[in-house]
Design a binder for this molecule. Structure first.
Ligand code: FAD
Length: 280
């Protein structure tokens, strides 16, 4: 069982618990992006196991009727084993999701995986006509070109600042520079993306949230906000109450500890919150 401190950030160990959490979000007009925790498998067997868990998850999401989609990490379905393994596993997930009308996000990991991940996104998004999305990271210098490449792909792009510590020749290191790039990338998406290319704003930063709202009005475009479970839940609820489309990223699974530890370290507020929960 997941201890009470951790279950602010992780929905539980089972898909059922994640779907129950999605249902409780749905009652607040928030949709869920469900993610089975796991990453960096170097052998085909664990990658195939996680693929199978995703197939079950897609079926369970569909059967539940909850407003939920799924998100998968390339390294948990075999990108470190090889491109072919990754693409075969992703195809299995996307094709079953397509028959059940469940959207599939592909998270973006470190820069060594960007090309293979984007190639798979572009191929599957075109083949499955919009049922797939991918994350792009504003801290990478290449991202403005990648956005140009995907601007007419029938799918969705989640823009984030980037969670990986990348080499300085290929990435922006200063926070202010990353923020500047995030704004520029968002503006490009709102102004240049074709209608079939959807926009996901993956940030907890109020300045970016307010900027996206301005851009949405200026360009009269649909878009969605995406935030992590346990991070600015009050803002997620406020946006949903005001009628914006909001998705919460909901991780679950046996490998919850590492994820929880990262979230708790990330923010003093989270650490204090965790401590308060422990101390009663
Ligand atoms: P930051 O720049 O970290 O912070 C800006 C401001 O936001 C802070 O000053 C504060 O006011 C507010 N804030 C941020 N965090 C908190 C908090 N915990 N509590 C209270 N206020 C806070 N990265 C990837 O590299 N690949 C992915 O596939 C990926 N997927 C993601 C999916 C989702 C739905 C989200 C939300 C993020 C994802 N990320 C991913 C992580 C992302 O790259 C950032 O590392 C992370 O979101 C932090 O950046 P930020 O824009 O939220 O705000």
């Amino acid at each position: 069982m997941i201890p009470p401190i951790a279950n602010n950030f992780v929905a539980g160990e089972s898909a059922e618990e994640a779907i129950d959490h999605a249902r409780s979000l749905n009652r607040k007009n928030i949709k869920a992006i469900v993610n089975l925790l796991g990453e960096h498998y170097h052998e085909p067997e664990p990658a195939a196991e996680d693929r199978d868990q995703y197939l079950d998850l897609v079926r369970a999401v569909d059967a539940s009727g909850a407003e939920a989609v799924v998100s998968v990490k390339p390294s948990q379905i075999g990108i470190d084993v090889g491109e072919e393994t990754f693409r075969e596993n992703l195809r299995d997930i996307v094709s079953i999701a397509d028959t059940r009308d469940v959207f599939v996000w592909v998270d973006m990991e470190d820069h060594e995986t960007t090309d293979v991940t984007l190639d798979a996104y572009e191929d599957f998004a075109r083949e499955y006509e919009g049922g797939v999305g991918v994350c792009l990271q504003s801290n990478l210098k290449r991202t403005s070109e990648d956005l140009e490449r995907v601007k007419d792909v029938p799918g969705k792009i989640r823009l984030v600042k980037g969670a990986y510590d990348e080499p300085k020749d290929i990435s922006y290191k200063k926070k202010s520079r990353v923020n500047e790039r995030y704004r520029a990338d968002l503006e490009y998406m709102f102004s240049e993306f074709e209608e079939q290319a959807g926009i996901g704003v993956g940030s907890h930063d109020q300045k970016m949230i307010d900027f996206a709202i301005e851009l949405g009005e200026e360009y009269d475009r649909d878009y969605e906000f995406q935030m992590l479970m346990g991070v600015r839940d009050d803002e997620q609820e406020r946006l949903a109450r005001e009628g914006y489309e909001v998705y919460q990223y909901v991780p679950y699974g046996g490998k919850w500890f590492q994820y929880f530890y990262r979230r708790a370290r990330e923010r003093k507020e989270n650490m204090l919150f965790a401590l308060r929960a422990v101390l009663g």
